[in-house]
Design a protein. Structure first.
Lengths: 181, 157
């Protein structure tokens, strides 16, 4: 029954080999099968419990919706955990905490890309904000900065789409270090 | 018996008191120039730190000497925040007022890296934030040049 289900769901992507009394399947092919046939995911995960770690190939903007999501992809050091756990009310420290959060989000969304101001051919996008009474700062526009910078590499993005997403999805974090209360 | 007063403490007191208090301090210390420009008083990060009250946690961030890129950035951000507060002498960027706010920006120069390039201004309608804004273009130029290494650290990953 199991063998017939596997064959049905994964067609030729999973290769079975008869070896003694065991059926051997390569991990790579099992993962490919999951990607191609999402309906087989649950059954394959049940069959190989704990052995199949799926590659999450969703866009980064789908994977990172909260700061905790970003932190999952960017393990913090002891120093960072110390600062992130700050519970006091000093405004400069709170601004520093939120600046670090925004920097981590930026780095995670850029997926390894880093703004290099010595490279004219590399486009870098920086945020321009608009202030509205009662609302605070909202994304207004972007600035294309190949060789100069207004806000630095820690707030620069590799695409306009990522910049817009970060400024919209994480507006609260940006506001908490950009504005002086 | 002589009473001695540290010049930094005298200046800090002068900055806080009203007109009558300022006159009193001037008469007590006639040879001290209480009205010197802030840029003559804030030449180093330590000068700025002397002018600003800080909690232990902020001190710890400022003192960070490790190699973690995010922490180095946060330390640079905190240092520039302290410089901004000292140079602005109580002025705070207020986006509900459509007044100009100034900040230095940097440009990459071959062989040098990011260097002070001048100032830009921002208003309520479109801005890059208030945390590092200065109240005049002269202060932005001064901060950009005098604290160039701190801005470079802040701007570079």
């Amino acid at each position: 029954m199991l063998e017939s289900n596997l064959n049905q769901n994964t067609e030729n992507l999973i290769h079975f080999k008869k070896m003694s009394n065991n059926l051997i399947i390569t991990k790579e092919n099992a993962l490919k099968a999951i990607q191609k046939h999402p309906e087989s995911r649950e059954m394959l995960q049940d069959l190989f419990q704990g052995q199949l770690v799926e590659i999450d190939d969703r866009p980064i903007t789908e994977k990172v919706k909260t700061f905790d999501d970003a932190l999952q992809l960017f393990p913090a050091t002891e120093d960072q955990i110390w600062l992130l756990s700050y519970k006091g009310s000093d405004k400069e420290v709170l601004a520093a905490v939120n600046f670090m959060k925004a920097s981590i989000i930026c780095q995670v969304l850029n997926e390894g890309w880093i703004a290099d101001y010595s490279n004219d051919d590399q486009d870098k996008y920086e945020p321009i904000w608009e202030y509205q009474e009662g609302v605070g700062l909202s994304f207004y526009y972007w600035s294309l900065t190949p060789r100069f910078t207004h806000v630095g590499a820690r707030q620069a993005f590799k695409t306009i789409e990522l910049l817009k997403y970060a400024c919209t999805q994480f507006r609260g974090i940006f506001n908490q270090f950009l504005i002086i209360e | 018996m002589e009473l001695k007063l540290n010049s930094k403490n005298a200046q800090a007191a002068y900055d806080k008191v009203d007109k009558a208090g300022k006159e009193l301090l001037k008469s007590l210390y006639p040879n001290f120039n209480f009205d010197q420009d802030i840029t003559a008083r804030i030449k180093t990060l330590d000068d700025a730190i002397d002018c600003v009250k800080m909690c232990d946690e902020l001190n710890a961030v400022l003192a960070y000497k490790g190699s973690n890129e995010q922490m180095k950035g946060v330390a640079a951000f905190a240092r520039l925040s302290i410089v901004r507060e000292a140079l602005n002498q109580g002025w705070k960027a207020d986006f509900s007022k459509d007044e100009p706010k100034y900040y230095p920006y940097q440009i990459h120069k071959p062989g040098v890296g990011l260097s002070s390039a001048g100032w830009a201004f921002t208003a309520a309608s479109a801005c890059v934030g208030a945390r590092l804004s200065l109240k005049t273009s002269d202060l932005a130029i001064y901060a950009g040049k005098q604290f160039e290494p701190e801005y470079r650290e802040f701007n570079t990953l």
